[in-house]
Design a protein around this ligand. Structure first.
Ligand code: ADP
Length: 652
C-alpha cells in the first residue's frame, strides 16, 4: 500500500493538544510510558511464543541517542502492530478513555494540580512523547505476520502519515525528534536516571550503548600509572529487572515497594499499604498487593473497569484482565500474583472458571480483609483515611460476598447522630456507646448529614439519647437492607415500620387506645383525602416536636433511593406510605376541634394536604403540586397578617 495521510479523530487531537500545550512539571514520564509500552508488547509476544517457538528470542528493549540528528529511539522486539492496529491504537483513543481523560484534565486544572501523572492512567501514554518531541516516527511489524511493516509519522498537529516499509524483525521502533527544549533527553545519564527511577522492575533488559574508558589492549601486567585508557562503546543494561514479588520481603526497602507500586498502578502517590506474601501448600503462589491511598475511580470515572491484578505464571506475564482473581468489590487492589500451579499455556478464556484461580482468590480475599482489620485496630486514623476513599467497595462486599459478610461488617464505618459531624465509628463502637436501654441498631438514609439532622423521624431517638447511624452514600441502602443484624442486634430504619422502643407501659397502651377512639373519624377523613398517596394515617411514637412524618414498610425503599432511581430515569412504582401524626401537636389538636364543630369544613382536607406536603419537604422529597402548596401557604400568610393587623389595631 502506498503512502497515505490521515487525520486524527477529533477527540484524539483534543487530548493530544492538551498533552502538548499544557504546562508540565515532569516530562520525564514520557520515557516510562514508552518503555512500559515496549515491555507490554514483549509480554504479548512472549505469550504467543509459548505456542509458536519460531518467535522465541532474546527479548529486550533498546534505547539509542543520536546527538547529531537530535533523536531518541526506543526499540523493542515485541508483538508489533499491523497497519490497521497502528491506525486503531495510535490514531484513535478509546472513546470512554478520551472523555474520562478530558474531564479529569479539566478537574485537575481547576484544582491547580499537575497533569502528566494522569496520562498513564488513561491509556494515552504514547501521546506523552509529544511533550518532548516535534515529530514521532513509529516503525513496526507484527510478530508472525509475513507481509510488510508500516511506518507512522506525525507531528501531533492533526494528521499522521502511513506507509509500508521493509522491516525484518517483528517489534516496534519509536523515534522521537526531540524539541529544542527537550535536548536534555540526549544525555545518557539523564536517561539512565529515568530508567532506574521508573522502569527498574521491567522484566526485560533495557539496553543502551555508552562509552566507557577501558585499559588499552596489551595493558595487562602494566603498572597502574602506565596504563593507557581508550573509549569503548559498550552495551549497558540500565535496569535491575528483578521481579520484586519473588524476592524475600525482609530484603526489600519500602521505597522499592513504592516505586514498583507506581510502576504498575501509574499512581502518582504512594500506596497506603503493601501486602507481600506467599501461599504454600495446596495452592502455591506469590502475591504482592497494594492498597492505594487514593481512589482513582470515584474521582473521574466511576464506572470504568480498570485493569486487574497482573497475573504471572512462573515469572511470565499472562494477563491483567484475569476474571475472578479478585472479587469485583476488591477491584481497587493493585499488584501482582505469580502462580506456580497454572500451566504456562493457559488461555485467557480458560481462566474464567479455573479452580486454581478460585483458590487464589479466596486466599487474597482473606489476606486483604485481615490486613484491613489490622490497620483498623492498630492505626484507626489511617484506616479512616482508607475508608473515606474505599469504604464504598467494602460496603459493596458486605452485600456481594456472603461468605465474608461478617468480617466485612467489622470494617464498616459510619457517621452517627451522637457523634461529631465527620467522625466515623464502627458498628462495634456504635453498640458499645449506645445507651443500655437501646435494643436495636437504628439508621436513617438521606443525601446529607444536614438533611438527616433535621428529620422528624429522629425526634424520639434524640429525646431518649439513642444513637442513629447516618447513611448518606447511595450504596448504604443496599448495605442496610442486606445486613439485617449485627452482633444479634437488628438493623432498623427509623423511618420504617412500627418502632418498638422497648418500654411501652400498660398506661401508654391504654392511652393509645383512647386516642384512637377519640380521633377515629378524623383520621379516616384525613386518610380519605390523601388516599392517593397515603395508605394509613395513625398516631406516631417517633415525633416529639413536628406535627407529622411519613413512614414506610420495613422493606420499602427509602425515599432517598427512590429519588436516585427516578433521577436515573428508572420507572418507580408508587409506594404508598403511612402518615404519622403527633397527637400532642397544636395543629392536630386544632384540626380535631374544628372537626368537632364543623365536620364538613373544607379546611380539614386542605390542611391534611398541607401536612402531607410538609412531611415530604422535611425529608427532602419533591411535592406533587408546588402551586397548590404555595397558594395554601399564601392564604395562611394573609390570615396571619390580618390577625397581626387586627391586634395592632385594637392596641391603639
Ligand atoms: P496504553 O499503553 O495505556 O494502552 P498508549 O497510548 O501508550 O496506551 O498506547 C496505545 C496502544 O498502542 C497500546 O495499547 C498498544 O496496543 C499500542 N502500542 C503502543 N506502543 C507499542 C509498542 N511499542 N508495540 C506494540 N504496540 C504498541
Amino acid at each position: 500500500m502506498s503512502k497515505e495521510v490521515r487525520k486524527f479523530e477529533a477527540e484524539t487531537q483534543k487530548v493530544l493538544d492538551l498533552v502538548i500545550h499544557s504546562l508540565y512539571t515532569n516530562k520525564d514520564i514520557f520515557l516510562r510510558e514508552l518503555v512500559a509500552n515496549a515491555a507490554d508488547a514483549i509480554d504479548k509476544v512472549r505469550f504467543e511464543a509459548l505456542k509458536d517457538t519460531s518467535l522465541a528470542e532474546d527479548w529486550g528493549i533498546r534505547i539509542e541517542v543520536d546527538d547529531k540528528a537530535k533523536t531518541l529511539k526506543i526499540s523493542d522486539n515485541g508483538i508489533g502492530m499491523t497497519r490497521d492496529e497502528v491506525v486503531e491504537n495510535l490514531g484513535t483513543i478509546a472513546q470512554s478513555g478520551t472523555k474520562a481523560f478530558l474531564q479529569a484534565i479539566e478537574e485537575q486544572k481547576a484544582a491547580g494540580k499537575d497533569i502528566p501523572e494522569l496520562i498513564g492512567q488513561f491509556g494515552v501514554g504514547f501521546y506523552s512523547a509529544f511533550m518532548v518531541a516535534d515529530e514521532i516516527t513509529v516503525e513496526t511489524k507484527k510478530a508472525g505476520y509475513d507481509g510488510k511493516g508500516v511506518r507512522w509519522i506525525s507531528k501531533g498537529d492533526g494528521e499522521y502519515s502511513l506507509e509500508d516499509i521493509d522491516k525484518e524483525e517483528h517489534g516496534s521502533v519509536i523515534t522521537l525528534k526531540l524539541q529544542k527544549e527537550a535536548e536534555k533527553y540526549l544525555q545518557k545519564w539523564t536517561i539512565k536516571e529515568i530508567i532506574k527511577k521508573y522502569s527498574d522492575f521491567i522484566e526485560y533488559p533495557v539496553r543502551m550503548k555508552d562509552t566507557v574508558k577501558e585499559p588499552k589492549e596489551g595493558s595487562e601486567g602494566k603498572d597502574e600509572k602506565d596504563i593507557e585508557y581508550v573509549d569503548v562503546e559498550k552495551d549497558e543494561v540500565l535496569n535491575s529487572q528483578k521481579a520484586i514479588w519473588l524476592r524475600n520481603p525482609s530484603e526489600i526497602k519500602d521505597e522499592e515497594y513504592q516505586q514498583f507500586f507506581k510502576h504498575i498502578s501509574h499512581s502518582p502517590e504512594d500506596a497506603l499499604k503493601t501486602i507481600h506474601f506467599s501461599a504454600e501448600g495446596k495452592t502455591e503462589f506469590k502475591a504482592l498487593l497494594y492498597i492505594p491511598s487514593k481512589n482513582p475511580f470515584n474521582m473521574f470515572m466511576p464506572d470504568t473497569k480498570k485493569k486487574n491484578l497482573h497475573l504471572y505464571v512462573r515469572r511470565i506475564f499472562i494477563t491483567d484482565e484475569c476474571p475472578n482473581l479478585v472479587p469485583e468489590y476488591l477491584r481497587f487492589i493493585d499488584g501482582v500474583v505469580d502462580s506456580s500451579d497454572l500451566p504456562l499455556n493457559v488461555s485467557r478464556e480458560t481462566l474464567q472458571d479455573n479452580p486454581t484461580i478460585e483458590k487464589i482468590q479466596k486466599n487474597i480475599v482473606r489476606k486483604v480483609i485481615g490486613e484491613l482489620k489490622k490497620i483498623k485496630d492498630k492505626k484507626p486514623e489511617k484506616y479512616e483515611e482508607f475508608f473515606k476513599e474505599f469504604g464504598r467497595f467494602i460496603k459493596e462486599g458486605v452485600y456481594a460476598d456472603y461468605s465474608n459478610k461478617e468480617k466485612l461488617q467489622e470494617l464498616l464505618l459510619f457517621e452517627t447522630m451522637n457523634q461529631e459531624p465527620g467522625k466515623l465509628i464502627s458498628l462495634k463502637e456504635y453498640i458499645d456507646t449506645m445507651p443500655s436501654e437501646q435494643k436495636d441498631i437504628y439508621y436513617i438514609i438521606g443525601e446529607s448529614r444536614n438533611v438527616l439532622e433535621n428529620s422528624p423521624h429522629l425526634e424520639i431517638f434524640r429525646s431518649k439519647g439513642f444513637d442513629v447511624l447516618f447513611m448518606t452514600d447511595p450504596i448504604d441502602e443496599f448495605v442496610a437492607s442486606g445486613m439485617f443484624e449485627y452482633e444479634k442486634k437488628q438493623l432498623k430504619a427509623v423511618g420504617k415500620g412500627d418502632i418498638d422502643l422497648g418500654e411501652e407501659k400498660k398506661d401508654d397502651k391504654e392511652k393509645d387506645e383512647d386516642l384512637k377512639k377519640e380521633y377515629n373519624t378524623l383520621l379516616e377523613v384525613i386518610q380519605k383525602k390523601l388516599d392517593e398517596n397515603v395508605k394509613e394515617v395513625r398516631f406516631s411514637k417517633r415525633l416529639t416536636d413536628s406535627a407529622c412524618c411519613l413512614v414506610g414498610e420495613a422493606y420499602d425503599q427509602s425515599p432517598y433511593m427512590q429519588r436516585i432511581m427516578k433521577s436515573m430515569n428508572q420507572e418507580m412504582p408508587k409506594t404508598k406510605r403511612v402518615l404519622e401524626l403527633n397527637s400532642e401537636h397544636p395543629i392536630v389538636k386544632s384540626m380535631k376541634k374544628l372537626y368537632e364543630v364543623d365536620s364538613e369544613n373544607k379546611k380539614i382536607g386542605e390542611f391534611a394536604e398541607l401536612l402531607y406536603d410538609q412531611a415530604l419537604l422535611t425529608e427532602g422529597s419533591p411535592i406533587d403540586n408546588p402551586l397548590d402548596f404555595s397558594k395554601r401557604v399564601a392564604d395562611l400568610m394573609v390570615l396571619g397578617l390580618d390577625k397581626e393587623v387586627k391586634e395592632k389595631g385594637s392596641d391603639k
